[in-house]
Design a binder for this molecule. Structure first.
Ligand SMILES: *Cc1c(COP(=O)(O)O)cnc(C)c1O
Length: 386
């Protein structure tokens, strides 16, 4: 489905605006949503919630899953399960969206930001190793590590999980952007003790808003309990823990099941779009595409490139030029260690993510884009950079 700007319909001259990653309905979502509505199970329990959780487990190989109101809620519960408390240190990838760092602060814990590597743009295993060794030497290991699978590509999860296991530090995998990606043949979200997926509107599949926590059966049962206000299984409302209201609606789960059914097709289409960009733009000197490490298969969520400063076209300027042609583009995530709100937080390294922020550009990558849409972006970029 193409998404146009408000008011564009009816105007013959209006160009359809191309967004970064708009929702892409596969066809069955509407029917499933109406069936769930007609069943009167319109709240947070129902067959669609159970089915969505089972579908995600089947697709990814995760042992158990609980559907939640957002990916951020999943990260918050994952940190609670890891035993993170006020004052604890949690290591977090610096180059990411703010959600994992925010979730750490919800618990009064302190995120320390670890720089990324050039191979995958994810947490640098060598910096992680040095940091863990450093903390072990003074007997102050972090309470957890949140490793992000950025832009749909897995981190070097085998190395990162092995290192954390060696020190007994729990790993939370932030796979919000990486549903369907694999690393060494194993799915994003199945590497850490627990993992978070997001079904926010711009992710590879969406429920309009939602998330999921996956992990072993015991962790997921605990997360489920905390997500429904920590109600004890008795008829009178009895509470021995502080809980949260984090459940996903059965209506939204119905939409999610329709989306998930077509996830392999959406991944294939995003790869095709990526390849069209590579073919169309590789003639321009001074640009490089985000590397895709062949130990894994990204889900292709967004196509990114870096622009050499020698071209004299900073990403923000390119975004403005594309915006004037009804094309949405964005710079890469601003690293957390550069964010004013985390100015006082410790960080390890930082030069690589700073460089990627200075040079990185995200291109429209939605799975509903036509080849002609991609060519429009290619031509616009050739105009700006050529
Ligand atoms: C989108 C996103 C989240 C949060 O997901 P929500 O469902 O929007 O709460 C967490 N981490 C990363 C890396 C994300 O991109």
């Amino acid at each position: 489905m193409r998404v146009g700007p408000p008011g564009a319909a009816g105007s013959v001259t209006a160009v359809t605006r191309l967004y970064l990653s708009p929702p892409d309905m596969s066809g069955s979502e509407r029917e499933r949503l109406i069936a769930a509505f007609d069943s009167n199970w319109i709240t947070t329990l129902g067959a669609e919630v159970d089915g969505f959780e089972a579908d995600v487990c089947e697709f990814t190989g995760a042992a158990a899953a609980v559907a939640l109101s957002s990916g951020t809620a999943a990260l918050h519960l994952a940190l609670l399960l890891a035993g993170v408390k006020a004052g604890d240190e949690v290591l977090v990838s610096s180059l990411t969206f703010a959600a994992p760092a925010n979730a750490v602060t919800y618990l009064g814990a302190v995120p320390t930001f670890v720089d990324c590597e050039r191979e995958t743009w994810n947490m640098d295993p060598e910096l992680l190793e040095a940091t863990l060794a450093d903390r072990a030497a003074v007997d102050r290991l972090p309470a957890a590590v949140i490793v992000v699978d950025l832009y749909g590509q897995c981190a070097q999860l085998d190395r990162i999980v092995a290192l954390c296991d060696q020190y007994g530090v729990p790993v939370v995998e932030d796979a919000a952007e990486a549903l369907g990606a694999t690393w060494q043949g194993r799915h994003a979200g199945t590497w850490g003790a627990t993992a978070a997926f997001s079904f926010n509107g711009n992710k590879i599949i969406t429920t309009g808003g939602g998330g999921m926590l996956v992990g072993d059966a015991e962790s997921v049962a605990r997360a489920r309990y905390l997500s429904q206000q920590a109600r004890q299984p008795v008829l009178h409302y009895e509470h021995t823990d502080i809980g949260y209201n984090y459940r996903l609606s059965n209506l939204l789960a119905a939409v999610g099941r329709g989306q998930l059914a077509d996830l392999p097709g959406k991944i294939d289409r995003r790869h095709e779009i990526h390849d069209l960009y590579v073919d169309g733009l590789s003639g321009i000197d001074g640009i490089e595409f985000m590397p895709w490490d062949d130990r894994g298969r990204p889900n292709g969520w967004l196509t990114l490139l870096t622009v050499d400063p020698a071209l004299g076209r900073p990403p923000l300027e390119i975004c403005t030029a594309l915006d004037a042609q009804e094309i949405e583009a964005r710079p890469a995530w601003k690293p957390m260690h550069l964010q004013p709100v985390f100015a006082d937080n410790p960080s390890v390294g930082g030069e690589v993510s700073e460089e990627l922020f200075d040079r990185g550009l995200c291109l429209p990558s939605g799975s509903a884009m036509t080849d002609a849409d991609v060519h429009r972006v290619v031509e616009a970029l050739q105009g700006v950079l050529g």
